[in-house]
Design a protein around this ligand. Structure first.
Ligand SMILES: [Zn+2]
Length: 295
């Protein structure tokens, strides 16, 4: 979705670790008892995470204060990092109001932009993990360069809603953390009917739910809608991204075969269908993947 050019972006909701030379390690990496992060591409398999998340390296140097460039909706349309910020602003305006009807208090998550690798409450992580949410520090992490990889390596279309869907999916995990559903992924991470797959498909449904309501969400600073009306092309972009990160498609590309017993996120078809379910219904009760007989 395109942003309303005149909406104001609130960069205070996004911490920018790019170019600050950070990358300090937190001790111990991924050890027993630590809650694991949930990533867009991979599951919560500790072996995989250990393999990917080596010591945090010096983060890539970039110009200082890049978030300073993210001031308006026009900037969000022009730059990937500003689009993440604008999407975060919209999500942080949407969810508290939506959950209030269910007497649930939404606590705003942190959002961190990084380049290359970073330390988190769930251990050190690299860009290879893809965007992820860490429940321990209630933070969503994004390397903006991933979104080019989503197109080049995973074959998604590159439109704005492809990117916004990914951000909304990670915020879906935050909502699950608030509602107490995220533990299902930690306890039963793998397999076609696993808690992990149910958690991921629900996060896709929540992303669709936000998309359904997104154009009604007003920027509290200006009173203007954050986003312009949705187009069919926007929806196609979101479905393309959901399909690109399906387990069957990633497995097929990596190994030439599909192994449902190793699924952590669900198939391309399932991810598209649950996103659509959230989008079409606009109803959180229609996102109950835990009691769904057919995923
Ligand atoms: Zn996820």
């Amino acid at each position: 979705m395109s942003f309303n050019d005149n909406t104001r972006l609130d960069t205070s909701q996004v911490q920018d670790r790019r170019g600050k030379g950070r990358g300090g390690m937190i001790g111990g990496g991924i050890g027993g008892g630590l809650v694991l992060l949930v990533a867009i591409l991979f599951g919560v398999d500790p072996a995989l995470l250990d393999g990917l998340a080596g010591p945090a390296t010096q983060e890539q140097q970039q110009g200082p204060g890049e978030q300073e460039a993210c001031q308006t909706g026009a900037d969000a349309d022009a730059r990937t990092d500003c689009r993440i910020t604008g999407t975060v602003n919209s999500l942080n305006a949407f969810w508290p109001a939506y959950l209030r009807d269910y007497d649930v208090t939404y606590r705003q998550p942190e959002t961190t932009l990084f380049a290359g690798s970073t330390s988190t409450g769930c251990g050190n992580a690299t860009t290879a993990v893809g965007p992820f949410y860490c429940p321990t520090d209630t933070t969503a992490y994004f390397d903006p360069d991933f979104f080019q990889e989503l197109v080049d390596r995973f074959g998604s279309s590159g439109g704005p809603l492809a990117q916004e869907y990914v951000v909304a999916h990670e915020f879906g995990h935050h909502v699950q953390n608030i509602l107490g559903n995220l533990d299902n992924a930690q306890q039963d991470p793998q397999g076609p009917e696993s808690g992990g797959v149910r958690v991921e498909l629900q996060a896709d449904c929540y992303a669709g739910l936000w998309v359904r309501h997104a154009t009604e969400v007003l920027d509290p600073q200006t009173g203007l809608p954050f986003l312009d009306p949705l187009t069919q092309e926007d929806l196609n972009d979101a479905l393309s991204a959901a399909s690109a990160v399906g387990d069957d498609r990633i497995q097929e590309a990596a190994t030439g075969r599909v192994s449902p017993e190793a699924w952590t996120h669900g198939s391309s078809e399932q991810r598209q269908r649950w996103f659509t379910q959230g989008y079409q219904s606009g109803d959180i009760n229609k996102c109950d993947t835990f009691s769904a007989a057919n995923l």
